[in-house]
Design a protein around this ligand. Structure first.
Ligand SMILES: [Zn+2]
Length: 283
């Protein structure tokens, strides 16, 4: 939190061609240098330099200094608050979904409808997932996910998400299951819901070691792929999806506060309120 921001370019350094002063931009917080061995392999998401990076709070400020190459244009039709959300949650979900190979007609489950998972539902829909299953314990978030195109909403406190996943289609489970929280319980649901030969995308950040049914995983020939961050192209891609009206990013913002109320915003997040998906701060 505090690493996802959008705004207007106030000044540029000497020799900078784009962006120009006054341009609307989103900060690519991954801030890849483009020159380290991982960037050169096309893995900007894993850049070894990344001095802004996830876990910093650089945009909790009036202004931020960013390398020109790591600013992405934000079309006039997309509000800054949405640009900020797309810059982290949107781009992370886009990156994970692109890497999963999800495509039209492939079945998909999204476990965990937090700030990132809720973008994950919309992005999965945009990639053509069908049927699209959404899993969360919050009825409010499940309703929102359905609004964003989830075909089936599952509260794991009331029904077995793995059984529901296996009750659809050919009864084998889903092609791709995304885990967006980082808990053992939710990872277990994603692994259980993936069909034999299916793929589990681990996007949620685990707190440490966890266990899962490795035997069933192995005998099912399933894949487990972790993803973090995004590339500049992912960020451009997700902004394009929003600009073309495919994503409804604004509707995931449940709380809006002025910048001076930053303390209250953080308390709100920490309260874990059931109806809270996304808080944005405005100058
Ligand atoms: Zn790099």
């Amino acid at each position: 939190m505090g690493h996802e921001g959008a705004g207007v370019v106030e000044a540029v350094g000497e020799g900078v061609g784009r962006p120009s002063v006054g341009e609307r931009v989103v900060v690519n917080y991954v801030n890849p240098d483009g020159t380290c061995p991982l960037c050169l392999r096309g893995r900007e998401d894993l850049c070894e330099r990344a001095p802004l990076g996830f876990g910093t709070d650089v945009v909790f400020a009036e202004a931020v200094a960013v390398e020109a190459r790591n600013l992405v244009a934000l079309p006039a039709a997309v509000p800054f608050e949405e640009g900020a959300v797309l810059g982290c949650a949107g781009a992370t979900a886009f990156h994970a979904t692109r890497r999963s190979g999800l495509g039209p007609g492939m079945s998909c489950m999204v476990v965990g409808l937090g700030g990132v998972g809720m973008q994950g539902v919309q992005v999965a829909k945009a990639f053509g997932a069908s049927p699209l299953l959404a899993v969360d314990v919050s009825p409010t978030k499940l309703r929102l996910a359905q609004k964003f195109g989830a075909d089936v909403a599952i509260d794991p406190g009331r029904e077995d998400s793995v059984e529901v996943a296996r009750s659809l289609g050919d009864g084998r489970g889903v092609d791709v299951a995304f885990e967006y929280i980082g808990l053992e319980r939710t990872l277990g649901q994603a692994i259980g819901a993936a069909r034999p030969g299916g793929l589990v995308m681990m996007v949620g950040i685990p707190g440490g070691a966890m266990t899962f049914d490795a035997q069933a995983f192995n005998l099912g020939g399933k894949g487990l792929q972790a993803t973090q961050g995004h590339s500049g192209l992912d960020l451009q891609g997700v902004i394009q999806l929003r600009a073309s009206g495919v994503l409804r990013t604004g509707e995931t913002i449940t709380h809006r506060l002025p910048f001076k109320d930053i303390g209250r915003a953080i308390s709100l997040l920490e309260s874990g309120k059931e109806d809270l998906v996304r808080v944005t701060l405005h100058h």
